[in-house]
Structure formats: C-alpha cells, structure tokens
Design a protein around this ligand. Sequence first.
Ligand code: AKG
Ligand code: FE2
Length: 699
Amino acid sequence: MSPKPGLRPFKWERELTFREVFTSVLREVYPPGSKSLVLAGPEDGLDSKRISITVILGHPGLLNQYMLLTRNKAGEMDDRLANIEKAFEDIKSDIEKKMERAQQSTQDYIAQSQADFLAKVAEMLTGNDPKKGKRLVIDPSALQKTEGPPDKTHLVASSSIEKQQSPQFGSSSFQKFDIQNNPGEYTVANEASKVETEMYKRLEDLDHRLEEKFKAAEGPDARELSLVPNLVLPMKFKMPEFEKFDGTSSPAVHLTMFCRRMTGHVDNDELLIHCFQDSLKGSAARWYNQLTRDKIRSWKDLAKAFIEQYKHITDIEPDRITLQNMEMKPNESFRQYVQRWRDVAAQMNPTMETQTQAFNHLLPLDFDNVSTLPDSYAWSTTTLPSDDPCHCTINDRKASLPVIDIGEPSVYDLVRHACEKWGAFQVINHGVPTSLFHKTEFQTRRLFALPTEQKLLVARPPSGVIGYGTARISPFYPKLMWTEGFGIMGSPMELARKIWPQDHAKFCEVMEQWQAEMKTLCDKIVRIMLGSLGLTHENDMKWFEPKNGSDQTQCVFQLNSYPVCPDPDRAMGLAPHTDTSLITLLNQCNINGLQVYQEGAGWVTVESVEGALVVNVGDFMQIVSNGKFKSVLHRAVVNNTCHRVSTAFFLGPPSDAEVSPLRKLIDSAHPPLYQPVTGDGYVQIKYKVFNKALESIRF
Ligand SMILES: O=C(O)CCC(=O)C(=O)O
Ligand SMILES: [Fe+2]
C-alpha cells in the first residue's frame, strides 16, 4: 500500500522480531524527546510478509490528522508489550512440552511398529502363517493426549499493530512473529494442538502404509512364487559362486559353466532349478522371475526355456580368429583385457573351444607351482592329427644335422645340400662373440626366473608377437605346451621397463646387441643360400635391400623357456611347426631339445654344439626358392633335469613385399609352385591354417 498522499515517506526496512517492532519503533526511531510521530498502520504500507515497517514521518501540519503517540503513550505500549511477551513465552513453553510428548509418542510408536514388522517377517521366514501373526498395534496411551480436535487459544489485541500470526509448524521461528496483514484482531493458535494433530495424521498415514506393506508381503503366497516349493536343501549344501549371466553371452556356455559348478548335484532337478536363479542377473534374472511352475516342471524344461530365450546370442557368437585378433587397448590394464577377452570367449560355442581352454592358450602355466603334469599338458599319439609325422617314432641316431663352417670355401655347396636335404644346418665360425652368447643366455634366464605375476605385466595379446606368453602356435593344438616365451621386435625397452623399472638397461643392451649380430649373420647366410642357387640379393630380391636407408625386413626375436618337467615323455616343449620366416637363427644355449623332422629318419635330435647356431629354412625361403629349400618341420622336447632356454631370431620379408618364386628359378621344367603373397598376407594365412599354409598357396 502506498503512504498517505502528501506525506514524505521514510522507509526503514529490516527483519524484525515482534519485540523489535515495538521497542525499535517507539524508542529508537522516535527517541525520547520527539515531539510527535506518525506510525502508519498496515494500510499505510506495513508489509507483514516481509516483516517490514514503513514509518512515515509526517509533515508537521498534517500530524494532527493522525494518531498522536507521545512518550507516555509509548510507556503504555511498553507495558502491553510485556504482557504480550509473557503470554507468548507461556504459549511457547506449552508448545515445546507438547512437542516433546508428541515426539516421544512417535518414537515409541515407530519402535513398536518396527518390532511388529520384524515379528511378521520372522514369522513369514519361519513358515508360520503370517496371517495369524501379531497385528500392528498403536499404543493408545501414547497418543491419548493428541486425540480430539485441536483447541485454539485466541489472543485479542487492541491495536492493529499487535496482530501476529502463529508460528509455522516445524519451523524454528518460535522467537519470531509475523505480522499478519489482517486488520482487526490477531490470533495465536494453540500450536501444540496443531502439532499433535499433524503428528496424529502422520502416524495414521504411517500405520496405513505399513498395513499396505504387510498386505503386499502376505499377498501372494511364497510357495506360489517358488518354482520348486518342495525343495529340500541337501545337508551342508553351500550355494556355489556363479558367474552371472546377464543376457549378453552364450546361453550354452552359461549352462555348461553352471552345471560344472553344480557338480555332485546334477541329478537334483529341484536344486538345479532353484540355484539357477543365482547365476542370473539383470534382465535374465527378471526372465527367471516370470517363469511359472506349470511351464517349468524339470531342469530340462528350464534349460530348454533358457536356451530358447537367449538363442539369438548363440547365432552371433564370435569365432576363434576374432578372439585371436582382440588387441589390448592402450588404456586397458592387463586384467581388464583378460576379463574382456574372457567375456568374448564365453560367447564361443563350447564345442569349438571352452573359455578356460582358450585362455590357457594365452597364459603360460605357473611352472614353479606344479609337481605333476596336468592333463591338459599330457600329449599322446592321439593328440596329434593322424597324418602328422610325430606319429613316426623313428629316430635314426646316425643321421645328424650338418654343422657348417661359414668360412669354408665349399660353404655354398654345403649350405645348398643342407637346405635341400634337411631344411636346416648348424653354423660355426660365424663371428658372433662367445661372450655375447653368454650374456644373452644370462639375461634370458634372468627374465624367465621372475615370478609369473611380474612376467604377466608384459603379457602378449593373442594375435600379438611381443611380450610374455605361451607359444604362438598353441591355439592350433588341443594340448598345451610346456613352455613360456617372450617376443621382442627391435628395442625391448618398453617391455623391460615395465618388468624392471630401475634395472632394465643391461637386458635391453644385450638383447639389442644380439639382434644386431643376428641380423648381420642372417644377411650373410641368405646371400650364401641365394648364391648357392645362382642368385643374388641385389638383383633377385630387391625388397631385401634397405629402401631409402631404412631396413624394411621384419625381424622377430623370441626367447624360449622350457622349465624342468615332471613327466617329459608325455609333455611337449614346442609342438611340430615350420617357421614363418625366410630363415631362423636358433641358439640352443648348450642344452639339447630341438628336433628336426627328416623324411625317412623321423625326428632327429639336433645335438647342441658349443657356440654354434642352428639355421632353419623358413616358409618364405621355401617360396622364393620355389620349393628347392625345405622349410624344416621341427619341435622342442623337454627334460626333467635342467631348465632349458633357447633364443630364436626370425628374419622375414617386409610386410608389404611380394614374395613369390624367384624368376631365375622358373623355367618350363620348373614351373612356379607357389602363388605370390605379401609378407603380411602369408602371416595371416598361417594364423588361419597353420601347418597347411604352404600347401594352401601352392599352384
Ligand atoms: O627351442 C627350440 O629349440 C625351438 C624353438 C623354435 O622352434 C621356435 O622358437 O620357433
Ligand atoms: Fe621354430
């Protein structure tokens, strides 16, 4: 409201208590000695909501038109204020007492309700008929004082200024008065009664809600909900920990894993049905919950319904190649990667490869903690394909792999002969320092002597080459191999730093030196091999020469470890394979284990010669030589006396180089035997068909 016309308004706005309204206005704004003042009523701008007061200093000529308050009048007001204050204090303390009582009643009631509720739940759980359980009881004495309509106390003030509103329920504003914009009279309600009424209402609500809850709990009979109401849990039965199925992996794999966990109870249909829900989560758990007894009468029914429900997932299961190609993401920890890999593997058809088997092909055994040969490592003749030469047990001791002195004048003939007959030979007098042999072996042993956990810090991904892991050929055989390996390409710095954060320099230095020596020696040997066929690097294998100063050949350096084996006759170090290289330089580190296969002779042990290196003809050399040189089939066996290590350096063509039989070796009598392939293309073929790769590109 606007002030009276003609008055000069003076506004003073601040939050006020009831007391302040009087004391401040009368004593401060109009101090003793003031002649007169005009105190505006609500109609003159008293804004009760904001507890503000507009005091209007009137023009002296107009003063008499308004109510005149003198100091005496102010004294009267003081007295009345004191009375009102006292009344207020009384009301307040009354309210507080009643509030306390009401609060106590509520607490008692809630405690009582909770006790009743728990009793009901206990009854339900123990199988007693919940309907006969205790009813929810409200202690009437606790609420006695709150019954009946709330009474009201009216305080009537003689001045419109004294109007006040009752404090808000639940607010902490008992000290504060609102001045209601309601002329005439003001009322202070009996707040205690209001509080109690409110409480009572809330308690009723609560009672109602609890009753509803009980009804819901009692509602459908627990027996109705169970698929197996008559289930009796076997004595001492403990629910196994299941891997939870969430509707996104293969249902068949899940069923298999579930049944494995339930070993010993697979004939107990009711138990299987009951436990199966524990192996589900999310939408799959919801699917289980809507099953009814008329549909699920046996475990078979449930398994069938489950497969039917999730069969679409089986249709899209990934194949093994998908798995092999799953790379570790840059920001992924190894454990996360393993989990992701397992998840994908779990979607594979179990007949193709079970999850566990699949992962075994990636992570080597913790050899230190195994004293007997696990079944998955036990090889027999039936483990190998029937057309595999491993079936042949002949070992002609008289035949042995040629040892060739590289400085000999007849080296070309010797090499040519060895490559044609054996696909391999041993080379001596090669110029690689003996001390480097020792250092390399030392660092190799140092690496493999580390605890498995530490080696797993640099685990090799399934389709990867570098890092620690099983033999890369492992997925092609049904049994696992007694070996662990570490792949390097170029500098091993990144991996070595993860293994030995402070102490990797020597390892890196030695491994790099060895690779450099091996590369030089490979070049020399390839020249001799090609030369023995009347060819040269420069003219016949242009891709072999460095382009723009950079060497494009692909070199992989593999460290192998074959720990002492408790049952070497039934174990396999490295199963038969040919190398995916032009040539391989192998250091047996003075312990026998390598065997090469020779037509008519069978598996021949390559006797370790101090300081010698084994040269294997690889698949690429067989292609470029148009089959003249044989890529040697070889394997590694294990022993029960000493921990064998070996190092293999594989020299390959640049990944984009076209590899095909060299032209000079082709004429009408010698047509090309192999289709051209790129370096990478052939590696992919090998990943798919393994030992049949050469055959698969044959014309
Ligand atoms: O350790 C051995 O003797 C054989 C190693 C081997 O053949 C390979 O790493 O490819
Ligand atoms: Fe090999």
